[in-house]
Design a protein. Structure first.
Length: 454
């Protein structure tokens, strides 16, 4: 006689075996159902084999045919105008042509072709291979699902269903297919630039440490983030529209004497210049001087190209590398605070004074960030006596010493209305900061202490 526990185990085993069998049968069935039954539209054609594509629109009143050829490894529009093509868009289209697969074929009787939007076709795509062979796809309407499109391949008698993305790309206009970059620069490769706008002329170059320094006006540090935003804004900008394919009558567009001129030089010495003229609706007429096309840029780019020295310069009061600072002496409302970076832990500092906190540990972000994060609202390069007066008896004095013993002294005034003034010993400029900056550097020793020394 089988005991009850053993019987339960046997039943459970049988149920589990049944579940496994059912899942295996279902998996095999689903595998059969989802088997790929499509076939290549063009056997042995690879994207790299295609070196010319023409898109035409046979229907009456259709747009002019567009021909794109590969020249020197890049796609170029050669008809109806000669201009650069948008390489990612064309390359993606070429991939779709080479990899197109026929999902189903239908009758190609005349009445069916008309019903499928193939008499005449909505578009005809002709592409040529490097060896000279040509293929054509007549593109009709999408099917009821919207995932496929009715086509005729190479003038065949039957109608083939191909992925509908081909219809989407074949319907793209000249503006959709052309290169819409405002200026062909790589922001990371720009070594220097010049910007001429209504505020004057600015020039800047990268130094050996990859930091930006103004060369006009000379001797002023640029803010790396602000310059990067300017360069990225130009590099990523796209035309808002094409005004003229030819650079005729530049005065008409305000380009004979442009309001803005931006010139970038890359690491190989290549020069790229964008000029901006008159306001045109919501945008501005502009031109890359290396191309004949006159195009429109949007107001965002125009605003970015209107940056002034104050927008792009480095407004930090302390321009030292925080990792290189080993000592800090601060005299503020709490008295004298002396700190030294620990040799065995660069993220920790030892409080040397005042005596009540001596030997305790402080963290780098508490010690240095309040000073290295001081950013001015305004920099006064040639301060008047009245602007220097508040600094004669500063509210805060800090001395930062680097690993080589070089010192930088920073003085911060008492509040004057909603602002305070600061000055660093590395230059005559006075920095105007919001009053809240005073609170961040007026810390107490107890605020810094993290506990007893280790």
């Amino acid at each position: 006689m089988i005991k009850k526990p053993a019987l339960i185990l046997v039943v459970c085993a049988l149920i589990l075996a049944g579940v496994v069998y059912y899942l295996q049968k279902r998996s095999a069935k689903e595998s059969t159902v989802t088997k790929d039954t499509t076939k290549p539209a063009f056997s042995s054609v690879q994207p790299a084999d295609i070196d010319s594509v023409t898109i035409s629109h046979p229907a009456p009143g259709g747009a002019p045919a567009i021909t794109i050829d590969k020249k020197n490894g890049a796609w170029q529009i050669v008809q109806p105008v000669e201009t650069e093509a948008d390489d990612p868009t064309i390359s993606g289209f070429v991939d779709e042509l080479a990899e197109a697969r026929v999902d189903q074929t239908e009758s190609g009787a005349p009445d069916r072709r008309q019903a499928y939007g193939l008499d005449p076709p909505q578009a005809t795509v002709t592409f040529q291979l490097k060896g000279g062979a040509k293929h054509t796809i007549d593109v009709g309407n999408k099917d009821f699902s919207g995932t496929d499109v009715y086509t005729v391949i190479d003038g065949g008698q039957s109608v083939s269903l191909l992925p509908s993305v081909l219809a989407t790309d074949a319907a793209k206009s000249l503006d959709d297919l052309r290169d819409r970059a405002v200026l062909h620069i790589d922001s990371s490769d720009v070594s220097s630039f010049t910007l001429q706008n209504p505020s004057g002329q600015l020039s800047a170059a990268r130094d050996k440490q990859n930091n930006w320094q103004f060369t006009k006006p000379a001797g002023i540090a640029a803010d790396n983030d602000s310059v990067s935003q300017l360069l990225s804004g130009v590099a990523n900008a796209k035309m808002a529209g094409v005004v003229s394919e030819k650079a005729d009558d530049l005065g008409r567009y305000g380009l004979a004497k442009p309001a803005l001129t931006f010139t970038a030089v890359n690491g190989q010495g290549g020069k790229f210049t964008l000029v901006v003229g008159k306001k045109d609706g919501a945008g501005y007429d502009a031109r890359d001087v290396a191309r004949p096309t006159i195009f429109r840029i949007d107001s965002d780019l125009y605003t970015k190209l209107s940056d002034k020295l104050t927008d792009l310069r480095d407004k930090r009061v302390v321009r030292l590398d925080p990792s290189g600072i080993d000592k800090l002496q601060v005299h503020n409302a709490s008295g004298e605070i002396d700190l030294t970076r620990k040799k065995d832990d660069a993220d920790q500092w030892t409080i040397d004074a005042p005596a009540a906190q001596k030997g305790k540990t402080a963290e780098t972000w508490k010690v240095l960030d309040p000073f290295t994060n001081l950013h001015a609202d305004e920099i006064i390069d040639h301060p008047a006596a009245a602007q220097l007066a508040p600094l004669r008896q500063p509210a805060i004095t800090a001395v930062l010493t680097d690993k080589d013993g070089k010192q930088l002294t920073v003085r911060i005034s008492k509040a004057s209305g909603d602002f305070v003034y600061a000055q660093a010993s590395d230059g005559p400029a006075v920095y105007k900061l919001k009053k809240a900056a005073l609170d961040t550097v007026n810390y107490k020793p107890a605020d810094l202490a993290a506990g007893p020394s280790s």
